[in-house]
Design a protein around this ligand. Structure first.
Ligand code: ATP
Length: 202
C-alpha cells in the first residue's frame, strides 16, 4: 500500500485546488522560504487524522482553512484527499475491497472535521487505525520535517522506542489494547453495581 496522490483545496496557503503525484520511493519537497513546504507535510498528517492544532502550527483546528490575503477572501472550508494504491490488498479489513483508496478530510468553519474513505463517511478513529495498521499515520517517522533528524539523535530511549513501534506497525495495537482496557473497567464497574443490587434484594 503506498501513497499515490495528494489533493488540497483551501488548506492553509493552498487556496486553489492543487494536486501532487507521489511516486514510489523517497519524496523530497524543495522550494523557497514560505512557499508552503511545511504546509504540504502538515496536509499529509492532517488527512491521516492529526488532531492537535499545535502540530498544525495553529491554536484551533480551523486555522488550517485559508485565512485570506489582501487580494483574496478567506475560505469557508479546507479539504485534503490522499489516494492510496492498495493493489497488494494490505489495507485493514473493512477497507480492503478495492485496489485504490481515497481518504479525505474536510473541515468547515464552525462544523468540525468529516472523514471519508472512497466517498463513504467514516470516523476519525477508522482513518487513524487504517494508517496505523499500515505502519504510517500522522506521527509517522517517515514524514521528516525540518530539525527532526537532530531531535531523533538527541531523543531519550523511550521516545526512540515509540518511533520504532510506529515503524513496526504496532501502535494501532496499543490503541486497541487501551480501548479494550477502558471497556473492561466499565464492565467491571457494571458488574459491581449488579452485585450491589443483588445483595440489596437478598
Ligand atoms: P520555510 O522554508 O521558511 O520553512 P515553507 O516553505 O515550509 O517555509 P510554510 O511554512 O509551509 O512554508 O508556509 C508558510 C506560508 O503559508 C506563509 O506565507 C503563511 O502565511 C501561509 N499560511 C499558513 N497558514 C495559512 C492560512 N490558514 N491561510 C493562508 N495562508 C497561510
Amino acid at each position: 500500500m503506498h501513497f499515490t496522490r495528494l489533493r488540497l483545496n483551501g488548506f492553509k496557503s493552498f487556496v486553489d485546488p492543487t494536486e501532487l503525484v507521489i511516486r514510489e520511493g523517497l519524496t523530497g519537497v524543495v522550494g523557497p522560504n514560505g512557499c508552503g513546504k511545511s504546509n504540504l507535510l502538515e496536509a499529509l498528517r492532517w488527512v491521516m487524522g492529526e488532531n492537535r492544532p499545535t502540530a498544525m502550527r495553529g491554536s484551533g483546528m480551523e486555522d488550517v482553512v485559508f485565512a485570506g490575503t489582501s487580494s483574496r477572501g478567506a475560505r469557508a472550508f479546507a479539504e485534503v484527499a490522499l489516494s492510496l494504491d492498495n493493489a497488494d490488498r494490505l489495507a485493514p479489513a473493512g477497507f480492503n475491497d478495492s485496489d485504490f483508496l481515497e481518504v479525505s478530510r474536510r473541515i468547515t468553519r464552525d462544523a468540525g472535521s468529516a472523514y471519508k474513505v472512497n466517498g463513504k463517511d467514516v470516523r476519525a478513529r477508522d482513518v487513524q487505525m487504517l494508517f496505523a495498521d499500515a505502519s504510517t499515520g500522522a506521527h509517522s517517522p517517515a514524514l521528516v520535517r525540518q530539525g527532526q533528524i537532530s531531535e531523533l539523535i538527541n531523543a531519550k530511549p523511550k521516545a526512540r522506542r515509540r518511533i520504532l513501534e510506529e515503524a513496526a506497525g504496532i501502535s494501532g495495537l496499543y490503541q486497541r489494547r487501551h480501548e479494550a482496557e477502558l471497556r473492561l473497567n466499565a464492565t467491571e464497574a457494571n458488574l459491581e453495581r449488579v452485585g450491589d443490587t443483588v445483595d440489596q434484594m437478598a
